[in-house]
Design a protein around this ligand. Structure first.
Ligand SMILES: [Mg+2]
Length: 503
């Protein structure tokens, strides 16, 4: 009995070995046949349904019934800006570089280039290059720029010796909001896009005119100019808010709906009161303050979320002065500034899991409140609108589908022997490279999608998915869901799991 079992077991092994050997030999004909078959399967497949560009997407389950308190950041969360904001910050920064930092007057001819950079990129302060990293800290070749010029793969390898970055080099101290001690800084918010545009334009000017410059000094001067540009911007924008702010007729309705559902609302912003007041007046109406139970301006996030002690203070709206009184309770209609989240929680008795805070900055808005205080979080990512529109394009869907299926036949047939067969494999690999390039540049010609680096998630999206329970392109997209809605994350397929239509 035992010997029969052993024999049949051996037969199975032998059969399997033969089968394995057979699969290593693919004739040219069988490879071409496989390619045609795969192509026709791909063409017969129905393309995926369009994604709702106004959807709210879940990284983590979130039941809105449990949320009693809604908190908001202001810039790029409640208030979305038109491209005029990028031009304003860029032009102000450029003017400050020339006037205060004595940069060559010729840079005044360098205009802002929209759609050059995207959010989430890293800038290497020491080496003066802008690059995109994926979630494994791998550099995306073809997306490494000095100024406006891409570096070749060889140049990148000469510079870094490796395509994977050491974590200490990339992250240093990420709690340092201004990231002053880091070698690399990340463009984590949308205000940093015009800043990086200025940095790249000036770098390009220096490179092309053979001007000797130090990348770190240039970086620090541009950063300082943009900090000053923000102060000027805070005075310019209130004079003509309609020129800079995207109107949003649903915002008032959204706030009303939350109030009608007995939710408490608060605002914590780093911007100054007069700037926020004009903007909210434009977006919601002159009575905007009545919607909020607590309003904190100039909060200095992320320090607002990380500092142990810094008193909450009162801002006197009428005189524009700061009042020195001790704050023992938070009142509706009073404007506060500075303080810490610890005090906010103590004075209101709000507990972490009841609070849902919306922000656009994955670190200073979302990371600490999630990790330290257990708040639920929502990320507002305006770029999603363009990303989803691109995903919904028929040609994109066809290319992405075919890329997946082509990769599958490459994986299954890669062990072939013989020159002719290898040539076919090489053609497939070249076609795959071509497809990957095509589906990258439709998002952004230089850097591709904010969320992906080829098949991997980008560094930015890994962070985002870790710190945000839900994300969407506009805060008022929540109007598409009831105040009792539960957001369920999709069950993704892990590499070791079977692929099923049901996952
Ligand atoms: Mg913001």
């Amino acid at each position: 009995m035992l010997s029969r079992t052993l024999t049949s077991f051996r037969n199975v092994i032998v059969k399997k070995t033969i089968h394995f050997k057979q699969t290593r030999h693919h004739s040219v004909e069988s490879l071409m046949e496989k390619y045609s078959l795969q192509k026709s399967i791909c063409q017969s497949k129905k393309l995926p349904k369009d994604v709702n560009a106004e959807g709210v997407f879940a990284c983590n389950e979130l039941d809105l019934k449990e949320v009693n308190i809604y908190g908001f950041d202001y810039d790029y969360t409640l208030a979305l800006y038109k491209p005029t904001m990028d031009y304003l910050l860029y032009n102000l920064g450029r003017q400050i570089l020339i006037e205060q930092y004595k940069y060559p007057k010729e840079i005044s001819r360098l205009d802002y280039i929209p759609d050059f950079a995207i959010r989430g990129l890293h800038y290497d302060i020491k080496k003066g290059v802008l690059l995109k990293l994926d979630s494994f800290l791998q550099i995306q070749f073809g997306s490494v720029y000095r100024g406006l010029t891409p570096l070749t793969d060889d140049e990148v390898l000469r510079l870094y010796r490796n395509r994977i970055m050491p974590i200490a080099y990339v992250e240093g101290n990420i709690k340092d909001n201004r990231q002053t001690s880091n070698t690399m800084i990340q463009l984590a918010d949308l205000f940093s896009v015009p800043e990086i545009g200025l940095l790249c334009n000036v770098t390009d000017y220096f490179e092309k005119n053979h001007v000797d410059y130090h990348p770190e000094i240039l970086f620090r001067d541009v950063r300082a100019s943009l900090i000053d540009a923000h102060l000027v911007m805070h005075k310019i924008v209130p004079e003509n808010v309609a020129h800079y702010l995207e109107p949003n007729k649903n915002l008032r309705l959204f706030l009303e709906r939350l109030k009608n559902a007995n939710k408490r609302l608060f605002l914590v912003t780093n911007s100054p009161y007069k700037f926020v007041n004009k903007g909210m007046d434009f977006l919601v109406g002159p009575d905007w303050k009545t919607f909020f139970d607590v309003i904190i301006v100039q909060a200095r996030k992320p320090r607002f979320f990380t500092d142990k002690s810094r008193p909450i203070r009162i801002y006197d709206e009428r005189s524009g002065n700061h009042i020195w009184d001790r704050v023992t309770k938070l009142e509706k209609g009073v404007i506060y500034y500075e303080g810490t989240v610890k005090q906010l929680q103590e004075l209101t008795n709000w507990r972490g899991h009841q609070v849902l805070y919306f922000g656009d900055h994955p670190y200073s808005d979302l990371a600490d409140v999630t990790l330290e205080h257990g708040w639920r979080t929502g990320a507002i990512i305006p770029e999603l609108k363009h990303e989803i529109k691109t995903l919904n394009n028929t040609e994109f869907k066809e290319n992405a589908n075919w890329l997946q299926m082509l990769t599958q036949i490459i994986e299954d047939h890669q062990d072939c022997e013989g020159e002719d067969e290898e040539r076919i494999l090489q053609n497939w690999l070249d076609e795959r490279d071509d497809l990957r390039y095509k589906i990258k540049i439709v998002f952004n010609a230089q850097f591709g999608s904010v969320f992906r680096t080829y098949h991997n998630p980008s560094y930015f999206s890994r962070r985002l998915f870790r710190f945000a329970d839900i994300y969407t392109s506009n805060i008022t997209n929540l109007m598409n869901y009831s105040v009792n809605h539960t957001f369920y994350p999709r069950r993704g397929v892990m590499p070791h799991e079977y692929i099923s239509y049901f996952v």
